[in-house]
Design a protein around this ligand. Structure first.
Ligand SMILES: [Zn+2]
Length: 96
């Protein structure tokens, strides 16, 4: 149980860091009106892998990533799962 919970927390931590990095690298956009919401725009997997590899090698990646592969796996999952626009904006528009 304890191990499962630790693994879960570690995963959440990785996801939070990966999301920040993706925003910093311009792969995810942060909604200008809803700072908790990010969405994917126009991105390129090759470019994301290149930046990740370079930054990882320079030791510039914070967070609990055991190796570069783990980092790119989490990044890829985050970006691919991201909505294509801010969910809050979309919801507000639908309520109009
Ligand atoms: Zn928004």
């Amino acid at each position: 149980m304890g191990i499962t919970k630790d693994a879960y927390l570690r995963e959440l931590d990785q996801q939070a860091v990966a999301e920040e990095l993706a925003v910093e690298w311009g792969i995810l956009k942060r909604c200008p009106w809803h700072c908790d919401f990010t969405y994917q725009d126009d991105w390129d997997l090759e470019r994301m892998y290149r930046i990740a590899a370079w930054r990882f090698k320079r030791g510039e990646i914070p967070g609990p990533f055991a190796d570069q592969r783990e980092l790119t796996d989490v990044l890829r999952a985050i970006v691919e799962d991201a909505p294509t626009e801010c969910l809050r904006c979309e919801k507000m528009r639908n309520e109009d």
